[in-house]
Write a protein that binds this ligand. Structure first.
Ligand SMILES: Cc1ncc(COP(=O)(O)O)c(C=O)c1O
Length: 392
């Protein structure tokens, strides 16, 4: 079980704020923040290259920690500055041609949708956004029915950015394997929120970010690519780290996931992300997931008893992102008003990915996203605040 008092002592932000914006960016723990600050101070005192040499073991530890966090191998990990770019490095590594099809879901992340449209315009490929089933989650039967010999990639967001839905991705993995189609998982909101095992899920590539549920620094993220796929994928750009220049007119591309990396990067962030991943695994992914579900369901129950509140989280399995609207409450204004009172939520845009909200004329919801360091008292306080809350 989690020692919440210890965790909160080690989370300085918990002293003064009620942070329910963990799906945006969570609070780093003191050990991670102190580590990062020390690293950056050393950069200033010693110089960046010398500091990186000094911290080599920790920079290497990042690969071990990231691999352990998703049950992959260190050679399958690339450090990348955010989830979008990590995802891009794989998506654009496919040799898209006219007639190729990509299958995704209607709830996929908005930047991924932009990339599909971009690739459609540039390469003449096409994509199909599979609709949701009666529970509001990806319809896996429809996904399987859409498979043809033209389907080159399945790309699904595990948890969308703007709801508490958890897509049934293990079923997607089974379908992808059965039809021998690679499966790219956007796990930006799920790594650090629940146990992630790429073998159980059956995905071939996974992207995620540091600052959300992992509680790492901003400007960090990583990519996992199965060793079965690494050497088949040609990154959209290369540098002398990803592909050392060996003769005047040739290079040797790395045989591991580092082929997707930049040479220059946020070194302190990489080492600190490794520390954050270790911290997360010490707390325990299953413990974290149990607690998040407990707190989120307490929050949903409480909000559902307030007049004028509508909850918007679809799916059979729900997570720590709680999205809702309230009559006479504008989500953007609510975010700012709550912030003045040290309560942090975000206003989550419908972003074209929530057909049911568009039909209801809803353009944004309040997204209150819990993490394991939140307490029952905080949840109850937030419910009480919302009871008489208005932005009129
Ligand atoms: C589902 C999902 N995918 C991708 C991203 C993008 O992550 P990043 O901002 O680290 O690129 C987000 C961010 O909110 C997200 O929620």
């Amino acid at each position: 079980m989690i020692d919440i008092q210890r965790i909160r002592k080690e989370t300085r932000g918990c002293k003064n704020i009620l942070h329910l914006n963990n799906a945006g960016s969570s609070l780093t723990s003191a050990p991670v923040q102190d580590y990062l600050n020390n690293y950056l101070n050393k950069d200033a005192e010693l110089g960046g290259y010398e500091t990186a040499d000094l911290y080599k073991a920790d920079l290497d530890n990042f690969y071990l920690a990231a691999a352990k966090a998703v049950n992959g191998k260190p050679s399958e990990i690339a450090f990348i500055e955010n989830a979008t770019r990590a995802w891009d490095m794989v998506f654009y590594a496919f040799d898209w041609k006219p007639g190729d099809i990509l299958l995704t879901s209607v709830t996929d992340y908005n930047s991924n949708m932009v990339a599909y449209i971009h690739a459609k315009e540039r390469f003449g490929m096409d994509f199909i956004a599979i609709p949701n089933d009666e529970y509001g989650q990806l319809d896996v039967e429809a996904l399987e029915k859409a498979i043809t010999s033209d389907v080159k990639l399945i790309a699904i967001s595990h948890i969308p950015t703007n709801s508490g839905l958890v897509n049934p991705i293990e079923q997607v993995g089974i379908i992808a394997k059965k039809h021998n189609i690679p499966f790219l998982l956007d796990a930006c909101q799920s790594v650090g929120q629940m146990p992630i095992d790429v073998k159980k899920i059956g995905c071939d590539m996974l992207s995620t970010t540091g600052r959300k549920y992992i509680r790492g620094p901003r400007g960090t993220g990583f990519l996992w690519v199965s060793e079965n796929w690494v050497e088949k994928l040609n990154p959209p750009f290369l540098d002398n780290h990803a592909a050392p220049w060996v003769t005047p007119d040739s290079y040797e591309i790395l045989p591991n996931a580092k082929r997707f990396e930049n040479w220059e990067r946020y070194f302190g962030g990489q080492a600190a992300l490794g520390i954050a991943l270790d911290y997360m695994m010490d707390v325990g992914a299953e413990n974290i997931w149990q607690r998040i579900q407990f707190l989120a369901s307490r929050l949903r129950d409480g909000l559902s008893n307030i007049d004028g509140v509508t909850l918007w989280d679809p799916g059979q399995q729900k997570c720590g992102l709680v999205t809702f609207t309230k009559e006479n409450v504008n989500a953007s204004k609510a975010k700012l008003k709550l912030r003045e009172n040290h309560v942090h939520v975000s206003a989550s845009g419908t972003q074209l990915t929530r057909p049911e909200q568009r039909e209801a004329g809803i353009t944004e919801t309040i997204r209150a996203s819990v993490h394991y360091y939140n307490t029952e008292e905080e949840i109850d306080h937030f419910i009480n605040v919302m009871r008489n809350f208005t932005t009129d």
